[in-house]
Ligand binder design. Structure first.
Ligand code: DP6
Length: 349
C-alpha cells in the first residue's frame, strides 16, 4: 500500500511482531454510509462522516501461532462461529496476503457494546482487529493504510481508526479497482470546538432481524428513494463540513438528523421494506423535538437498529439524558463524548 502524509499509529514498545493488542471505539455517523458499489472491496456509494466515541471500547489481541492449522477466534470469551467467525478469518487472509506470512492467528476480542444492535460494534471490532493484526503480522502501515485495511472488514471501521470527527471518502468512481481501493479511506475532519455530546438511548440491545449488510444491499437494489438520498447526501456532507468548521452545533445537528431520517426513508421504501425504528425510537424522537421547542439544541440520529443517539452540547447532556430517560423508562441512557482513534496497547508480546 502507498504511504502518504498522514500520521502513523503509535507503536508502544513491548509489542512484538508476533503478538499485539489494540483498542478501538465505535463511531456514530452524522452523514451516513448506506450502500456499497463494490461488495468485495467494501467501496461505498457515498462519502460519510462520523464522530468516534469515548465509550464502548473493543479490545482485541492477535497472536500468531505457527503450529495452528486454522485461525482461532474468541468473541467475548466464546468461540466465534458462523458469519462472525468467517468475516474475521476472511479479514486475516487479507492481512496474511499483505504480510507474506502464512501463520494462523489466535484472536481474542472483547466488545463492551452489544453486538449487532446498530451500535457500531463492527466499527470498533474491525478497527481494533486491523491495528492489532497489522502489528502482529509485522506490517508497518500508516493511519490511512490502516483505515483502508479496516474498511475491508466493515466499512464504518475505516472511520474508527481516527478519533473525533472523521470523513470516509468513497474514492474514485472511474479507473481500476486498485485505484478505487486506494482512494477509499477515512481521515480527520478539521472542526471548530463545538464541545459535543451524544446521548445514547439503548432502547433494545438485542441483535437486529436484518443485518445492515443485507439491508443496504436490498435498499440499493430496490428502493426508488435510494438515488435521491445518495445525491442529497453530497450536499449534506458539504454543509456538514462548513457547519463543523464554523463550530455551529445547531447546523451540525440539523444536517445529521435530516441525513439519518432520509437514510431510514430509503429503507422504508425498499422491497420488502426494512424498518429498524420502533415505537420506543419514535418516543425519543418526539422528546428531542420537545427539547428543541424548549430551546435546548438536540438532534437525533439512528443506525441499523432502534437505538437513538442524540447530539447536543456537553453542557446540555444531563438535561437531554433526563428527558430521554423519561421518554423510554425501560431503556438504558448514557452520555458519550468524542473519543480516541484505534491504538496499540503497550506491554504485549
Ligand atoms: C447504518 O459498516 O456495519 O451504521 O460495511 O457492511 O460492514 P458493512 O456495514 P457497516 O454499516 C454501517 C451502517 C450505518 C451507517 C454508518 O455507520 O455510516
Amino acid at each position: 500500500m502507498l504511504r502518504d502524509r498522514s500520521t502513523t499509529v503509535p507503536r508502544p514498545s513491548g509489542q512484538t511482531a508476533t503478538g499485539a493488542t489494540a483498542v478501538a471505539h465505535p463511531n456514530i455517523a452524522l452523514i451516513k454510509y448506506w450502500g456499497k458499489r463494490d461488495e468485495r472491496l467494501i467501496l461505498p456509494c457515498t462519502d460519510s462522516l462520523s464522530m468516534t466515541l469515548d465509550v464502548f471500547p473493543t479490545t482485541t489481541r492477535v497472536r500468531l501461532d505457527p503450529d495452528a492449522e486454522q485461525d482461532e477466534v474468541t468473541l467475548n470469551g466464546d468461540r466465534a462461529t458462523g458469519e462472525a467467525g468467517r468475516r474475521i478469518t476472511t479479514f486475516l487472509e487479507l492481512v496474511r496476503e499483505l504480510s507474506g506470512l502464512e501463520h494462523r492467528a489466535v484472536v481474542d476480542t472483547r466488545n463492551t457494546v452489544p453486538t449487532g444492535a446498530g451500535l457500531a460494534s463492527s466499527a470498533s471490532g474491525f478497527a481494533a482487529l486491523a491495528v492489532a493484526a497489522a502489528a502482529a503480522y509485522g506490517i508497518d502501515l500508516d493511519a490511512t493504510a490502516l483505515s483502508r485495511l479496516a474498511r475491508r472488514g466493515s466499512g464504518s471501521a475505516s472511520r474508527s481508526v481516527f478519533g473525533g470527527f472523521a470523513v470516509w471518502h468513497a474514492g474514485p468512481d472511474t479507473g481500476t479497482a486498485a485505484e478505487a481501493d486506494l482512494g477509499s479511506y477515512a481521515e480527520p475532519v478539521p472542526t471548530a470546538d463545538i464541545d459535543p455530546a451524544l446521548v445514547i438511548a439503548v432502547v433494545n440491545a438485542g441483535p437486529k432481524a436484518v443485518s445492515s449488510r443485507e439491508a443496504m444491499r436490498r435498499t440499493v437494489d430496490t428502493s426508488p428513494l435510494y438515488r435521491p438520498w445518495a445525491d442529497s447526501s453530497k450536499q449534506d456532507l458539504a454543509d456538514m463540513r462548513t457547519a463543523l468548521g464554523r463550530g455551529d452545533l445547531e447546523a451540525v445537528g440539523e444536517i445529521a438528523e435530516r441525513n439519518a431520517l432520509g437514510m431510514h426513508a430509503t429503507m422504508l421504501a425498499a422491497r420488502p421494506a426494512v424498518r429498524y425504528l420502533s415505537p420506543a425510537t419514535v418516543a425519543v424522537l418526539d422528546r428531542v423535538l420537545q427539547l428543541r421547542q424548549d430551546s435546548v439544541p438536540a438532534y437525533a440520529t439512528m443506525d441499523a437498529g432502534p437505538n437513538v443517539k442524540v447530539l447536543c452540547r456537553r453542557a446540555d447532556a444531563p438535561r437531554v439524558a433526563d428527558a430521554v430517560r423519561d421518554a423510554v423508562p425501560d431503556g438504558t441512557v448514557l452520555v458519550a463524548g468524542p473519543g480516541r482513534g484505534a491504538h496499540l496497547l503497550g506491554g504485549d508480546g
